[in-house]
Design a protein around this ligand. Structure first.
Ligand code: AOF
Ligand code: ZN
Length: 361
C-alpha cells in the first residue's frame, strides 16, 4: 500500500468512525502530512464549530508550509458559519491538497479547486477507487439533501422470518433482540428526525428517543390525517426533541399537545403528500431521516421511490397468519421485473438477528 493511500484512509477512518451528527454539514476527515509524518488531523465539528481542514491546521505540531493535506471533501469556498477553508489552506502555505470528492454545494462545486490551483497549490485526487467511493459514500446524505431539498431517508424494520412486523392482534414487542434495539437507538442519535405513522404510534407507544441523552433526534415526526387524542402522543415527549405532526386537519384544541407543531399538508390519493412532508422537513434542516414504520408508511414511501437506504432486522421467529401485519404495505408492483432493487448489500448478525442493509437503486 502506498503512503498516500494510507494517509487518505486515515482521513476516511476519522470521518467514518465519528458518532456525532454534524448535520446539515457533511462529515469530513482531514489529515495533514509533512516529510512523511502526520502533523495534524481533524474532523468536522457541529455547527457553528470548525470545519475538518481547519481542525487539522490548528492542531498541527509543525509549520504547515509545504505540507500535504488529505481531505475527504473539497474545501469550502464560501463564508458560512466559518471563514472559507480554501483561504485558510492558502494562508497556511499548504503545498498540496489531495481531495476525495468535489463538494456538490453550488456555493463550492469546484470553485475551491480552481482557487487552490490559481494560488500555486497542487491539487490531486486519490488514485485508489475505493478511497474515491468511500469519500462519495460519506457525503451521500448531504448530496441528496443539497440536490433535492429533502432528507436522506433511511428505513429500519424489525421483521420475523416470514416478513411480519406484528401479530393479528397488533402485538410487536419484541421481534428483534435487545442488542438490535440498542443499535436502533444509536441510529436515532445520528438522525435529525425519526418518523412513524399514526397506527404505529397507537399500537406501540414508542418514545423514539435515543439512549444518549445528549444526542436526541431534533424532531419526532408522526403522520396522522386527523390527530384527535393528545394522550397517544405523550410517550414521544422528551427533552431535546420537538414533536412534528403532519396532518390534513389540525386539531381545534392544539394547546393540549405539549411541545408539538402541527403542519397541514394536502393529500394525494387520500394520503398525506409525502413529497410535501419531506420538503417541509428539508426546510427545517433535516438531512437524515429515520423511518421506523409502520408497513403502510414504508410501503407508500417505497412506492414513490422516496427511501434511500434500508436496514431489515430479521429475527429468527415465525408469526404466521394471513391477518398478521406485513412489513411493507402500499400498492406494491404487478411484475417481479418491476421489483425495487437494492445495491451495496451488507449482511451482518447481531445476537440472533440477521441485519440486511442496502441502498435503493
Ligand atoms: C469543508 N469542511 O468539514 C465541511 C464542509 O454552514 P457552514 O459554514 O458550516 O458551511 C457548510 C458547508 O460547507 C456545507 O454545505 C458544505 O458545502 C461544506 N462542508 N466543507 O471545507 C468541512 N463539513
Ligand atoms: Zn470549510
Amino acid at each position: 500500500m502506498s503512503e498516500k493511500i494510507k494517509e487518505f484512509e486515515r482521513a476516511l477512518d476519522l470521518a467514518e468512525k465519528t458518532s456525532v451528527n454534524v448535520s446539515p454539514r457533511p462529515t469530513v476527515g482531514a489529515v495533514l502530512m509533512k516529510n512523511g509524518e502526520v502533523i495534524g488531523e481533524g474532523i468536522t465539528d457541529r455547527p457553528p464549530g470548525n470545519h475538518a481542514e481547519i481542525n487539522a491546521i490548528i492542531t498541527s505540531s509543525r509549520d504547515t508550509k509545504g505540507s500535504t493535506l488529505f481531505t475527504t471533501l473539497e474545501p469550502c469556498f464560501h463564508q458560512g458559519d466559518t471563514k472559507p477553508c480554501v483561504d485558510k489552506i492558502i494562508d497556511a502555505k499548504v503545498g498540496k491538497v489531495v481531495i476525495g470528492t468535489i463538494d456538490p454545494n453550488p456555493k463550492v462545486r469546484g470553485k475551491s479547486i480552481k482557487k487552490l490551483q490559481n494560488s500555486g497549490v497542487t491539487v490531486q485526487y486519490p488514485q485508489d477507487k475505493i478511497c474515491k467511493a468511500r469519500s462519495q459514500d460519506l457525503i451521500e446524505p448531504f448530496k441528496h439533501y443539497i440536490e433535492s431539498g429533502m432528507p436522506y431517508v433511511t428505513a429500519k424494520i424489525a421483521v420475523s422470518l416470514d416478513g411480519k412486523i406484528a401479530t393479528k392482534t397488533g402485538d410487536s414487542k419484541w421481534i428483534s433482540s435487545e442488542q438490535s434495539r440498542e443499535l436502533v437507538q444509536q441510529m436515532r442519535s445520528l438522525s435529525d428526525a425519526v418518523m412513524i405513522g399514526s397506527k404505529t404510534l397507537q399500537a406501540d407507544s414508542p418514545s423514539l428517543s435515543a439512549k444518549n441523552k445528549e444526542q436526541q433526534p431534533k424532531f419526532k415526526v408522526v403522520l396522522c390525517s386527523r390527530p384527535s387524542i393528545p394522550k397517544i402522543y405523550e410517550p414521544l415527549i422528551s427533552k431535546g426533541s420537538k414533536i412534528l405532526v403532519f396532518c390534513n386537519e389540525e386539531p381545534t384544541d392544539k394547546k393540549k399537545w405539549r411541545n408539538t407543531e402541527f403542519i397541514k399538508i394536502s393529500t394525494k390519493n387520500q394520503k398525506l403528500d409525502l413529497i410535501k412532508v419531506l420538503t417541509e422537513l428539508g426546510k427545517r434542516k433535516c438531512m437524515n431521516l429515520l423511518v421506523e414504520g409502520g408497513g403502510e408508511l414504508l410501503g407508500s414511501l417505497i412506492d414513490q421511490n422516496l427511501v434511500n437506504k434500508i436496514h431489515m432486522f430479521i429475527a429468527p421467529i415465525f408469526i404466521g397468519g394471513g391477518r398478521s401485519i406485513n412489513s411493507v404495505g402500499g400498492s406494491g408492483i404487478k411484475l417481479i421485473s418491476e421489483a425495487r432493487k437494492l445495491s451495496n448489500i451488507k449482511v451482518s448478525q447481531i445476537d440472533q438477528d440477521i441485519i440486511v442493509s442496502g441502498k435503493f437503486i
